[in-house]
Design a protein around this ligand. Structure first.
Ligand code: CA
Length: 258
């Protein structure tokens, strides 16, 4: 005999969104004395972030932490998942973190010079919204093809764009770490806001430059295309960055669209 059909529940709106699976890992690397990177994954609030702090005397850690905490505060309790609303929320998060870092520097003059680069990926009903500033990066793997969604806000990227430098020449360039945009370095923050559709099996990677300075895109692609689960993929990315020298802190966040 057939079992009676359970009463059909009306699903809340958010449940129509494709499910995402997240993972994040950070590692101090092999050369640095502290880890100034931070990451957050929040399946409940449909976002993830990676931030890379800079500034002497451990202040970089403070900057990336302020960014992480500010985003969490701004996303908490907000359930509207329309693209327009999420774009607004992502921009607010960057502006608010920028303000808080500058205020912290006024309170703590020894924090002067701190700031952070940041990637903030949030999912809307239909797609994604990405906030980006600095030289951390976001990539997307789709149909086994890896695409860098962000442009580095660096001197070398500017020179590549102007045709003055080849991408190969950029890799070992002495000024490759010079960035001209970050959170917390000026009153006016100029971040990039990127949005697009998501498809089943898309895989997003947010990472600090501790990964991309050490590892070529084709190596990243190979690991992301492997059969391993996303936890193992994140571990493998950290391992190859360390095997290549681990010069800096390494952070990777993965978000898979199921
Ligand atoms: Ca870094």
């Amino acid at each position: 005999m057939k079992k009676p059909h359970p009463k059909r529940k009306i699903q809340p709106k958010a449940f129509n969104m494709p499910q995402k699976t997240y993972t994040g890992k950070t590692d101090i690397g092999l050369k640095r004395e502290n880890n100034e990177d931070a990451f957050v994954i929040s399946p409940e609030l449909n976002f993830c972030l990676a931030a890379d702090g800079m500034g002497g005397a451990a202040a970089g850690e403070v900057a990336s932490m302020i960014f992480a905490e500010t985003v969490q505060e701004i996303f908490t309790g907000n359930t509207d998942s329309s693209e327009q609303e999420i774009k607004q929320r992502v921009q607010n998060a960057f502006k608010s973190a920028n303000k808080k870092i500058l205020e912290d520097i006024i309170q703590n003059p020894d924090h002067r010079g701190m700031g952070c680069t940041a990637e903030l990926l949030a999912f809307s009903e239909k797609g994604f919204v990405l906030g980006h500033i600095g030289d951390s990066r976001t990539y997307r793997l789709r149909n086994r093809q890896l695409k860098q969604l962000t442009q580095d806000h660096t001197l070398v990227q500017q020179q590549i764009d102007e045709g003055l430098l080849s991408p190969d020449g950029a890799r070992d360039h002495p000024l490759r770490n010079v960035i001209f945009r970050a959170v917390g370095i000026s009153r006016d923050i100029s971040m990039d806001l990127i949005s697009g559709d998501t498809y089943s099996e898309d895989l997003f990677l947010l990472c600090s430059d501790g990964l991309t300075d050490m590892v070529q895109d084709d190596q990243i692609q190979k690991i992301l295309c492997s059969e391993a689960n996303i936890d193992r993929k994140a571990e493998a990315l950290i391992e190859i960055a360390k095997n290549a020298g681990g010069e800096d802190n390494i952070t990777v966040v993965l978000a898979a669209v199921d």
